[in-house]
Design a protein around this ligand. Structure first.
Ligand SMILES: N[C@@H](CCC(=O)N[C@@H](CS)C(=O)NCC(=O)O)C(=O)O
Length: 197
């Protein structure tokens, strides 16, 4: 049985959603970042961490990739060209989209107040709009990599939700419709219910 460590409303949601897509049982430990439950498994102290047989794996995308490979689902097989292309899109989402909303959060409430530069958020939003258009050119539809849901869909949907909440621009109707479709999935709705339980 997997144990997912992470309080609600953060990247932990990606893992819960993935496990719901896979139909795998799991238990929750809603520990806070930097608490002993987290730091015993990860020196970073960040959420999420997933524990299996007493061993912890940190970093949401590492966990998603581990689960996808282990269960042979939501991924192209490791060592294939298709997988190389899928991982490239995963890194594009991390580098060019998630990093921008994360920087905006850091300059809004994460960094010590005297270190924040609120004006940087305009630049981050401008760059986001440009980078989202580039991602859209790579988007195959109906899912990121084509006909099947894969790891980048979990990451992209979570990042779009986060960006929307942070008032980052999502100008494309297609992207808005995609995110809405993803949020209507049964597994997504079960993950939301788990977060709210
Ligand atoms: N790249 C990591 C980032 C993890 C991360 O920064 N998690 C946040 C919550 S979403 C956290 O634990 N922040 C508290 C801290 O850094 O102490 C991942 O995707 O899991």
């Amino acid at each position: 049985m997997y144990t997912v460590i992470g309080a609600a409303k953060n990247r932990t949601f990606r893992i819960i959603w993935m496990l719901e897509e896979l139909g795998q049982p799991y238990q929750r430990n809603r520990a806070q970042p930097q608490s002993p439950e987290v730091t015993q498994h990860s020196v970073l102290g960040k959420l999420p961490v997933m524990v299996e047989d007493g061993e912890g794996i940190s970093d949401s995308v590492a966990i998603l990739t581990y689960l996808a490979d282990k269960h042979g689902s939501l991924t192209a097989p490791a060592g294939t060209i298709a997988r190389g292309k899928q991982d490239a899109v995963t890194f594009q989402i991390l580098d060019d989209l998630e990093s921008l909303v994360w920087s905006a959060a850091r300059h809004s409430f994460v960094l010590p107040e005297e270190k924040r530069v609120p004006a940087v958020k305009d630049t981050l939003k401008w760059e986001w709009a440009k980078n989202l258009k580039t991602l859209e050119r790579r988007f195959q539809g109906p899912f990121v990599m084509g006909s099947e849901i894969t790891v980048p869909d979990i990451l992209l949907t979570h990042t779009l939700n986060w960006a929307y909440g942070a008032k980052f621009p999502i100008e494309s109707d297609d992207m808005m419709a995609y995110a809405k479709r993803m949020r209507e999935r049964d597994a997504y709705l079960r993950a939301v219910a788990s977060e709210e339980a």
